[in-house]
Each structure stands twice: as structure tokens, then as C-alpha cells.
Design a binder for this molecule. Structure first.
Ligand code: ACM
Length: 464
């Protein structure tokens, strides 16, 4: 394919992959989220990843810097976050009930100096690095380092948590909601804003389990003092506080679509604060960006409420999901997300209402790395699916499969030239397989039913 006449080459001098990336991009936010919390990647790997994103005409790297399993961002005011939270003694091997532990210590973190270098390197290639610190759930690495920020008192938390989580999944652990804990979180975001110049910063908000808040008398007391009647409202209150602090630094937040839970009851985005049975409740700022990953409901509600929306529905954009249902697919997790499935992604279908279309600022592929412990395994999961995703981000979807297929030989040859360990179209090479490492494949219908259940409360508010 001849070189594009206009396009990402305008913002970056990186060589472009031979894909159809011409003219004006359809979406302003063409992102990839990389999870460096579950698997730390050395800085040179990140620089290489940035080069590859730039070559695909993408312009956002969301860096998922913290999770239950590891904390990767140097915070000068709280050094134990990286010293303790950045190391676990071993990791889960495989997925599901048959999974084991590998017995291999895993550690790593980035200094602020290194991250400033990454930001500059990426900016020179037309890429904005959007950092993400995940609160109030996915916080076990924080609690390993500073148990006083957990629910039930430091001693109880210390007894439950000795180190970042060595298992993968959804933990019950959440931050407590004391003023001191919010102050801690705000300090972390202050340092984050010092290092990253992105106008948008991620505060997570996903999958925070409410059981500990619900069962803890002190949390219930604080909820009553603040006039909050449910744990969903408490989550909205907490995230609203963090977003408000970030706003004081001139930034806005992006969060996963769970951030809308309880926000409606607490007054709705953009409200100055609403009375909910008593005191004023801070709500999400109107300029908060919703990353919609659990089907269409969060995107619709976010758009109805006037938020910008980045679409990253797991069924089309989760690159940790298995690429086929063949037995040799390594550690099968999630639903089948083949290259053709990615090409079929239709973010804003023809006929979508204007109020929706105008709020969708972009699309994002999410690369969760529980099962991707080496650079080669990351390459295998990301490529060539990123090629199809990049064309959707640039041109809108769905792609014309025959036309895209005709570009594939040149694209795969280009990947090979770049030294990318992509997945061959016919399936994994022997060295790319993971025989004996268990996974849990999921069926699409079962996942869709689960998503409907998970987003039922948002659907009620949306009136969908
Ligand atoms: C997510 O996949 N927990 C955003």
C-alpha cells in the first residue's frame, strides 16, 4: 500500500504500518490501555509499544499503573507504595479453579523521572499518556503498603493482606472512606499531575466490591454523617471528591462506567451537589469521561448525562480475550475475539441518535495482562488485532473484511520486520501455545447475560 497522504504522519515522524489510515481520523481519542500493574514492563518495552501505537495512527496510551497485584508509580510522599506494593512473591498461573501459583517473585516500578521521559517520548510521536490510578477498589497493593487505608482498622487489614495479591480476580478489598484516606489519594493524584501533562487522568472506579463497606460500622457511620443512603452513593461520593481535587489541578478524570453507579442518585453529573437525605453530596464533574466497557448501557447513560464517552466494550476490544476457540489457543479466557470480530466493531452504528454520536469521542483497546507475562505474549495478544482496531479508530467501523484482508499480507510482513511476535492467522506456533496452563473460556451469550445483570442499575437510570 502506498504511504498515506495525510494523517498520523502529520503529528509523528514514526513510519506507518501499511494500513488504511488516510484523511481525517473518525475519532479524536484512539487509545490503547496497557495494564502494567499485573505485569510490570521495563521502560524500553513501553517505548517500543509507543512506537508501535504511533505506527498504527493511535494517539492515547492509557497506563494502568496500579491494581491489586502491583503498584508501579513512584510516589515520593508514600515510598512504601512501590517498595512494598510493587512486589509480590508469586503470581497466578492460568485462570479459573484449576489455576496454580508460579512461585516466581514479580516486581518493578517506574520512577517519576522515567515516566517524565516516557511522556516526552510519546508526545514526540503524537501520543498522550493518560495515567490511571485505580481507586477505591483494586487497591490491595495500597493496603499491603499502608493498611491504615483499608476497612476495619490497620491491624485487621494487616492480618488479611501481607502483600499485593498473588491471585487474579476481583478482590473484596477497598479503601476506607476516612478523610485521611481521601487526603492520601489526593496527594497521590497531585504527584501524578506533576509527572503527567495529560489533561485527562484515570481514577479507575471499576469493580469496587461493596461488602466491606456494607458490613463495617465505621463506614456506615461515615455514610450517615455524609447523608449517603447506599454504598453506590458512597462510591459516587468518593469518586466525586477525587474528581473535584483533580479539577483543582486543571485536569479532568476518566473512569470505568461503574463510576456512574450512584452518581445519578447523588444529583447527577454537573450538579454542584445535591441533598440526599441531608448534607451536600459532591458529584462527578460534567467533564468526566466515561470509559464504557460493560456493553452499551454505560455509554448510553454517560452520553445522556452529557459526558464524553470512550467506547471499549469488552466483546470487541479486550485483547486479553482468546482469539479462537481452538484447543491450542494459549490460556483461553473471555469470549472469542478474533481478528474478524475486531474488524466488525461498529462503535457508532448508522442511525445512532445524535445525542449519542456527538458524545462518543473515541475508542480504546484494553490490554489486561494477567496472562501476558512476557513481551512475546503481549505481542501475541495485541497483534494483528491492533491493525483492525486501528482502522476502526481511524475510519469508523465495521471494516470491509475483504478489503482489510487484502491488506493483511503486507501488514503481517511489516509486523515481522518490526520484530513483533504476532499471532499467525492460522493459529499459535508451538512456542506461542501454553499447553497444560488452564483457562476458562466463556461463551458470548453467557457474557452478554452477565453484562446485562451487571449494568441493570445503570439501565434503570438510563431508562433503556
Ligand atoms: C475492567 O475491565 N475492570 C475495567
Amino acid at each position: 500500500m502506498s504511504a498515506p497522504e495525510a494523517g498520523p504522519a502529520d503529528e509523528s515522524s514514526a513510519p506507518l504500518a501499511p494500513l488504511d489510515l488516510r484523511g481525517e481520523p473518525r475519532f479524536a481519542w484512539r487509545g490503547v490501555m496497557l495494564d502494567v500493574a499485573r505485569r510490570f514492563r521495563p521502560l524500553p518495552d513501553l517505548l517500543r509499544f509507543v512506537d508501535l501505537l504511533a505506527a498504527h495512527g493511535l494517539n492515547v496510551l492509557q497506563l494502568h499503573l496500579t491494581d491489586d497485584q502491583g503498584w508501579r508509580f513512584e510516589v515520593r510522599a508514600y515510598p512504601r507504595l512501590t517498595e512494598v506494593g510493587g512486589r509480590r512473591s508469586e503470581s497466578q498461573l492460568g485462570h479459573g479453579p484449576q489455576s496454580t501459583l508460579d512461585g516466581v517473585p514479580h516486581e518493578g516500578s517506574y520512577t517519576q523521572h522515567e515516566l517524565r521521559g516516557l511522556v516526552a517520548y510519546a508526545a514526540a510521536r503524537g501520543i498522550r499518556v493518560v495515567p490511571e490510578i485505580d481507586v477505591p477498589g483494586h487497591a490491595q497493593s495500597i493496603l499491603a503498603a499502608y493498611p491504615e487505608f483499608g476497612v476495619g482498622g490497620a491491624e485487621a487489614v494487616r492480618a488479611r493482606i501481607g502483600e499485593p495479591w498473588t491471585r487474579f480476580g476481583i478482590s473484596d478489598e477497598v479503601l476506607n472512606v476516612e478523610d485521611a484516606t481521601l487526603a492520601f489519594v489526593c496527594t497521590v493524584f497531585d504527584e501524578l499531575c506533576d509527572v503527567f501533562d495529560s489533561d485527562v487522568v484515570g481514577f479507575g472506579g471499576d469493580e469496587a466490591q461493596k461488602r466491606r463497606w456494607h458490613e463495617d460500622p465505621r463506614t456506615q457511620e461515615l455514610m450517615a454523617e455524609r447523608g449517603l443512603v447506599s454504598e453506590d452513593e458512597l462510591q459516587a461520593w468518593f469518586l466525586g471528591r477525587v474528581a473535584g481535587h483533580v479539577a483543582e489541578r486543571g485536569r479532568r478524570v476518566i473512569g470505568w462506567d461503574e463510576m456512574l453507579e450512584g452518581a445519578d442518585a447523588a444529583g447527577g453529573p454537573g450538579a454542584e451537589g445535591a441533598a440526599v437525605g441531608g448534607p451536600t453530596v459532591p458529584t462527578l464533574p460534567a467533564d468526566a469521561v466515561v470509559a464504557s466497557w460493560r456493553g452499551p448501557v454505560g455509554a448510553e447513560l454517560g452520553a445522556r448525562l452529557g459526558h464524553d464517552v470512550v467506547l471499549c466494550p469488552d466483546l470487541w476490544t479486550y485483547f486479553d480475550y482468546r482469539q479462537s476457540d481452538a484447543a491450542d489457543e494459549p490460556i483461553p479466557v473471555g469470549t472469542v475475539l478474533s481478528l474478524e470480530d475486531v474488524a466488525s466493531f461498529d462503535p457508532v452504528p448508522d442511525g445512532a441518535p445524535e445525542w449519542f454520536a456527538e458524545r462518543v469521542v473515541g475508542v480504546q483497546a484494553n490490554v489486561w495482562t494477567e496472562q501476558l507475562d512476557t513481551r512475546d505474549r503481549l505481542d501475541y495478544a495485541v497483534f494483528p488485532r491492533l491493525g483492525a482496531f486501528a482502522e476502526v479508530a481511524w475510519n469508523g467501523g465495521p471494516l470491509d473484511w475483504a478489503a482489510f484482508s487484502s491488506r493483511l499480507p503486507a501488514y503481517l510482513a511489516w509486523l515481522a520486520e518490526q520484530g513483533v511476535g504476532f499471532r499467525p492467522l492460522e493459529g499459535p506456533r508451538p512456542d506461542q501455545q501454553r499447553p497444560g496452563v488452564p483457562g476458562v473460556p466463556r461463551e458470548r451469550a453467557a457474557r452478554i447475560a452477565e453484562l446485562e445483570r451487571l449494568t441493570a442499575s445503570l439501565a434503570r437510570v438510563s431508562g433503556a
